[in-house]
Design a protein around this ligand. Structure first.
Ligand code: SF4
Ligand code: SF4
Length: 152
């Protein structure tokens, strides 16, 4: 995907620039088209070349310890808005190891852990501890998305 470190650094810098100018406010909750625009054709093509054999196997949710996942929900608590770590991350069963490795490095660079994750974990814990209902958890996830995407 990247021929050398220099090429990778240039790419990472360009994505940060776009992120800051266009997506910073609602970066934790991107739509598919926003994600594609942000990461550009080169990376999207690589991701699309992966053969996610068990699409929907649910292992990703655990592996990345996603705060929006709970077995008590219908899998994803925030579909169709998903954070970058969810959209980028792939397991090694999906494609050539060197490419998966590079994609995982990008995941590490662009994963956002400073936004709504703390509140998301509170909601998830409340649901799994049976302190709030599934409807209430879904409502609060929705509220979180609106809060991030609506702030002008
Ligand atoms: S954002 Fe949704 S689809 Fe992505 S890892 Fe989390 S629960 Fe799964
Ligand atoms: S990337 Fe791997 S863990 Fe995730 S859904 Fe695909 S096969 Fe399952």
């Amino acid at each position: 995907m990247f021929r050398d470190q220099n090429e990778k650094n240039l790419y990472v810098r360009a994505v940060w620039k776009k992120l800051e100018s266009r997506y910073l406010r609602y970066y934790p909750f991107l739509t598919e088209s926003e994600f594609r625009d942000l990461f550009g054709a080169r990376v999207i093509e690589v991701i699309e070349s992966f053969d996610c054999r068990n699409e929907g196997c649910g292992q990703c949710d655990f592996e990345i310890d996603c705060p929006y996942y709970s077995p008590m929900l219908d899998r994803c608590g925030i579909d169709p808005y998903k954070p970058v770590h969810c959209r980028l991350w792939h397991c090694y069963d999906c494609g050539p190891e060197p490419l998966i490795k590079q994609i995982r490095e990008l995941t590490g660079i662009f994963s956002d852990q400073l936004g709504p994750e703390t509140e998301a974990r509170r909601i998830k814990d409340g649901l799994e501890g049976e302190r709030i209902s599934r409807d209430e958890a879904e409502r609060r996830f929705q509220q979180l998305i609106e809060q991030f995407r609506d702030t002008a």
